[in-house]
Design a protein. Sequence first.
Length: 640
Amino acid sequence: MNVETSDPLHRRAVRFATAAGTFGALGAGVVLLGWVFDIAVLKQPLPAAASMKPNTALALLLTGVSLRLFASGRHARVTAALGLGVSLLGLVTLGQDLLGRNLGIDQLLFADTDAAGTSAPGRMAPATALCLMALGMALATGANQAPAWLTQAPSIVAMLVSAAAALGYAYDINALYGAGPYTTMAVHTASILLLLSLGVLCARPALGIMAPAFSSEMEGSMTRRFLLAGFLVPVLLGWFLLQAQRAGLHRPEFSVALMALLTVILLSIVIWRNAGTLGRLRTASESALRSANEGLEYEVARQTKELARREREFRLVVEEAHEGFVAMDSTGRIVELNSRTESMFGWSRDDIMGRHVSDVLIPPRYREAHRLGLRGFVAGGEGTVLDREIEIEALHRDGHEFPVMLTISAVWFDDQWRFNAFIRDLTQPKAAEELLMDALSEKETLLTEVHHRVKNNLQVISSFLRLQSRATKDSAAVDALRQSEDRVLSMALLHENLYRRGNPGRVDFDRYVRALVIELLRTYKSEHDDPAVTVDVDFSGLDIEKAVPLGLLLNELITNALKHAFVDGRTGHISVELSRNGGSGMLRVRDDGVGFRVPAAEPPASVGLQIIGALSRQLGGRGQFRSDGGTEFTLEFPVT
């Protein structure tokens, strides 16, 4: 148990307990030395009185050591063990006296040759055994942190018994330190026992009955005065009067009367002094109370001014706010609102104050839900609409409804819940949103129409090119016209995809590539089996700026493969792969035809390669050909 304390009185009490244990152990040790070296004055200071027995000296030594450990708060187990040993020794000794038995422990250490004042040589007095048993029990229970009374009650018993014995020696009254044929308590035994008893009581000054005596407050000062006056002064007065009576200076009746008179005088002085102390404390308390009241009044006035200033600021902020503000109590009655609310709902402050919110501002279909939610929150503290924005319809005074954005917060104010609602009129934003949606719809319709017309015009151009090629006899010109027709067709398919998909800004490229392949296979249908074409497009919508060059590039690559990869009746496979990886797109077109070497390509093929290179650069990449048992083209390009 830690006994560290910041109270100076408590520290002095613990130091006294430590000193008591030290002096008690030293005194008992000196007596033991007297038995070792047979020094009579150490064993028996008064020749006619009893000596301190060896068992008593040993027990007092152990009690002093245990008290020192108890006061320090260390080694609780050792403290308890020593206390239990001392208590057991006292109990066994008392048992010998009560049962008339001799267990052979009285002269176990030393032989007692002085049988004066005892019928059992070497045995301690029953009063001594009782005190040792009580002190040992007090130390053992205190070390185990038992309730304070288990430590203090035995210590008080030991203190009273030892004090009576000490008074007996002081007043020369044998009955106070001896009884019948039993061993009497030695004078130094009584003194050491009294010192150790006081030490045990002072070792824990903040607990039990010792707390008032060591309090630093007024009750502590008064308790200490009464204790000193009640114990020390009567003992001294009684001793002086008894000595005067024995000297024949006065009779016993005079001693009793003088003792009573001096006690009254003494107690009157103590009471008078305490009354003066109380008066000074009362005066100091009244002065402190006046100062505190003055300070409190000043602080209340300052806080009142500050509260009024903040209330004015709050009202100014609320009144100048662009949003409506409504405050209601726990029953739903309106207790505050701003001018914006008046203009928003068409109500004046005088007409709406004190009325229920559900009756004037909420449409009928929401009123029951509002009342249930309000009662549920007041009863259980849970609300589903608090502290979040809610878009809802509100009710104007003239009966029409309009959209608002509502935010409600709950605060505990004046011993009840208060609800603050901030309301933003959404009539104009909703109208603007509708106008914007209408404009966007018109724009999409216009773009769809544009793409449709562009597609139609491109198909017209494609038809012109087809007619021109049929009227031309030059095979090179026919081939050039056919390629131009394919390119125009690829762009027409793009615009058709845009207006049919319903999103004028993005192209469904998977559908587009498949449609392009079908048209090209129809255009370049050969006498033999057409090559198999697989399309693997993992690509989300593509904007028109990227879609046009990418579509033309695919047209060139697939056309070249159909025209040049499968000659002399060969057939095979063409694969088209298009995928996205983050901010990049990857195009790969492969065939397993005859392959070709770029430097040896025929002039028409060279023109196609130039077009492929130009389209690759327009897409922001650089295409690469690889010919090894077929032809493969790859292109990585940036996309958004």
